[in-house]
Design a protein around this ligand. Sequence first.
Ligand SMILES: NC(=O)c1ccc[n+]([C@@H]2O[C@H](COP(=O)([O-])OP(=O)(O)OC[C@H]3O[C@@H](n4cnc5c(N)ncnc54)[C@H](OP(=O)(O)O)[C@@H]3O)[C@@H](O)[C@H]2O)c1
Length: 493
Amino acid sequence: MSEACTYVVFGATGNLSMTKLMPAFYHLEKHDRLDEAVKILAIGRRDWHRDEWMQSVKEAVMPKARGGFTDQVCERFCGRMDYLQMDILQTPDYARLKAFLADHHWPTNVVFYLSLGPDQFAPTVEQLGEAGLLKEEGGWRRVVLEKPFGFDSQSAKQLQTRLNRYLEEEQTYRIDHYLGKGMVQNLMVFRFANLMMEPLWNRNYIDHIQITHAEDKSVGTRAGYYDQSGAMRDMIQSHLLQLLALVAMEPPASMEAEALRNEKVKLLQSVRPILKQNVHNQAYRAQYAEGVIKGQRVPSYLQEPGVDEGSVTETYAAIKLYIDNWRWAGVPFYIQTGKNMPSNRTLVAIRFKHPPKQFFRESQVKKMEPNWIVFGIQPEESIRLELTAKEPGLEIRTQQTNLDATLKGDENSAYDAYEELLLDVIKGDRSLFLRYDEVKAAWKVVDPILQVWSSETAFIDTYASGSWGPEGAKKLFDHPEQCWRYHYKPEVL
Ligand SMILES: NC(=O)c1ccc[n+]([C@@H]2O[C@H](COP(=O)([O-])OP(=O)(O)OC[C@H]3O[C@@H](n4cnc5c(N)ncnc54)[C@H](OP(=O)(O)O)[C@@H]3O)[C@@H](O)[C@H]2O)c1
């Protein structure tokens, strides 16, 4: 059960709030995870009454309710909520907000969740600060910032400088909903709770590590945002570099937020800087052309509404990184992400080296496969170990065999990352939120690539929608034996 607090959700009428935040609150309600005194104040620009807001929430939550929607839960949930119309750019509206919170005697521990455009984070925090709403008098005040945090290192620094005037780092919760995914946390458990893994987790045994995030969706209604952002900013700088940090970091002193974040920062700071002259050897970008996904003909990126004519924004990005520390010296890390691919999946695949001696070469037809450990992050949560074993029979023939653990639980144990993160903010647990130095280190990794790409506006390679990305990305591999692994199980496409 959580502590009593008031959740003030800015941008409550927006896409994220309706598709993720409100359903997450509903599920927390359903599972009795919210203290009775938790209140939710939805802030919207629309001149709505409470009833109109409740109706929209109901419509948004209903199709997403796990295990079915019930009026009883919804009534309890709506009983916690109210709606306040505000224009976040208008100073007098913050006085109205302050008066609302005081008049309703709602809990004085307050979370301000900024589900707003990134350019609105600083002005809103400044207004909240000027109105005295961030002062921790009689209760804590916390601010949740959605991603992206900045557009590059410089803009992230400028944003942080503006926030620093009103917010302590301890009050700041930079969300990365990827870190709330059970399997991402399972990565850490797998590494640090299994003694047999640690001796293998280094340059002596691992050939390379790959992270793939594929989506079968186009940019959809987010073209306005995406065309300014691109796959490198939208996925790699944030989520996928976080995954990299969790796979490759040193064991933290404890699972406390600061210990964990210290190790992630150290890892990101150990990534070898990409020199501008090496950008084309270490990074590749492309854009989806027309094609067919799941039998449906789909348009090219340039044909999407809201995309600039002649845009060279990448919908596919791949990078090769090296981590200059003792554990990982010389081991390439390949990361790729793309839209309009054949299916949705996120995989972390660890490929081991071949044994030093191929003892069984004489006795079999084909070469032995190397070992792999593959983490399926989504849609299935799973861990798969690929090993070599002897085929039954008189002769020594080898075959690949797999230990496959699919970890998705039943409906009661299923939850969305946002549910956990919303509760963590109330608990004051920041281990799954990003510290500023982490964000800064991640921008430093991708900045040189973004700078080179931003100067190359005449051409971008394309890949057919419904394919696994551009052929050209293969040039990133250090060795002809290395190739992208798109599948959790190679036999299932
Ligand atoms: N959507 C996603 O799946 C997703 C995923 C990850 C991160 N994010 C991040 O989450 C944030 C919100 O994204 P979104 O997709 O929900 O955006 P959105 O659909 O455009 O919603 C933005 C919200 O801000 C409100 N707003 C804008 N200007 C305002 C003003 N002057 N005063 C009061 N309210 C104002 C809008 O109100 P109106 O409804 O009245 O316009 C709307 O509720 C962004 O930072 C985004 O990058 C979104």
